[in-house]
Design a protein around this ligand. Structure first.
Ligand code: DGL
Length: 270
């Protein structure tokens, strides 16, 4: 048993899409979330820059005495998971790509054509293809980078014509060419537009890396006998810029109840 908080982080608001699943599944766990909203998106940046940012955030979380770090970001999971594990060997660190690939391997029909949409860095890393193919060599895996999604989502441009056109721009040809039946949202920002995607392509079966992060946390805590017995303090949500979409998401997650969440600004460069 371990009553210390779990640390989560993402480049921005995307990782917050995992939090309601974690709260529901593990109500006794206390969460400290860091969203690097001032420097999002990470997707178009170099691996060195992403490593530098991730190290700062992991350090911040470690200083808050977290018992585990969850990289609620595919881009960081694809580029920095092993690096962060080497820097912090004494703390469990989990990413979102392996848990999501495991679900793909369990859910997809034999020979299915699986699409993975993600940031440019995640697609370039080939991490999803490698992990999925290692588990299910029969699946066809095709990836598409959708770099405009994250900046639009961080701006709160979600349920409108600009987003619908952007979805069609990236997905029309991709889904048609490969006859995709199962679509992996390989970026934790994308569940925020999954309703829009399904409205345009209702036949798709969607697998979300955000939901799988919550399952992976539960599994790992159980395996290590580190589940919390009670939560006595509020969850903490920290951002490098308290943007309106970040605050709106926290409000939604905590259902407007102030006693559930404390919100802070923190500048990692100071
Ligand atoms: N949520 C991050 C991910 O899962 C978004 C990356 C970005 O900031 O571009 O990849």
């Amino acid at each position: 048993m371990d009553n210390r908080p779990i640390g989560f982080f993402d480049s921005g608001i995307g990782g917050l899409t995992s939090i309601p699943y974690v709260m529901k599944k593990l109500p006794e766990e206390r969460i400290i979330f860091f969203g690097d909203t001032a420097r999002a998106p990470y997707g178009p940046k170099s691996a060195d820059t992403i490593q530098h940012f991730s190290l700062q955030i992991a350090h911040f979380l470690k200083n808050h005495n977290v018992k585990m770090i969850v990289i609620a970001c595919n881009t960081v999971s694809a580029t920095c998971l092993e690096y962060l594990r080497r820097v912090y060997p004494d703390i469990p660190i989990i990413g979102v790509i392996s848990p999501t690939a495991r679900v793909v391997s369990k859910r997809c029909a034999p020979g299915a054509s699986v699409g993975v949409i993600a940031t440019s860095v995640t697609v370039k890393s080939g991490a999803y293809e490698k992990k999925i193919k290692a588990l299910r060599p029969d699946l066809q895996v095709h990836s598409a980078a959708c770099p405009a999604f994250v900046p639009l989502i961080e701006e709160g441009i979600i349920d409108n014509e600009i987003m619908r056109l952007t979805i069609k721009y990236y997905l029309d040809e991709f889904l048609r060419r490969y006859d995709i039946t199962d679509l992996v949202l390989g970026c934790t920002h994308y569940p925020l537009i999954s309703d829009e995607i399904l409205r345009i392509y209702p036949h798709l079966r969607i697998i979300s890396s955000s939901m799988e992060a919550a399952n992976a946390v539960e599994l790992e805590l159980k395996k290590r006998d580190m589940l919390s017995s009670a939560r006595s303090e509020n969850h903490i949500f920290v951002a490098s810029d308290l943007s309106a979409p970040f605050l709106q998401m926290i409000h939604r997650i905590s259902e407007g109840k102030k006693e559930i969440a404390d919100i802070h600004f923190y500048n990692l460069d100071l």
